[in-house]
Design a protein around this ligand. Structure first.
Ligand SMILES: [Zn+2]
Length: 86
């Protein structure tokens, strides 16, 4: 695969971003990125989307931690006495 076309690039893009491709294919794709602005933009956009997706998963608390937090918050609420509770 000497001349990587845009179609080739897009086909390999997810593997490229996942770093699951071999070194030579990776080098060819990076060579394509060096001169093809269109694929460069697509690559960056996809990369950012994946990063946002991965970051958002960090906000998902593990169930264990979530329940411990919930217990702690409920315990705090229980000890706090509101003057005009309904
Ligand atoms: Zn291209």
């Amino acid at each position: 695969m000497q001349n990587v076309t845009c179609a080739d690039f897009l086909k390999e893009l997810t593997d490229y971003l996942d770093a699951t491709i071999d070194e030579s294919t990776r080098a060819e794709l990076e060579d394509h990125l060096a001169w093809c602005h269109n694929c460069y933009v697509v690559c960056n956009t996809t990369k950012k989307t994946i990063e946002i997706y991965r970051d958002s998963q960090l906000y998902e608390l593990p169930d264990d931690l979530r329940s411990r937090l919930q217990t702690a918050i409920l315990a705090k609420c229980a000890t706090r006495k509101k003057p005009s509770a309904t």
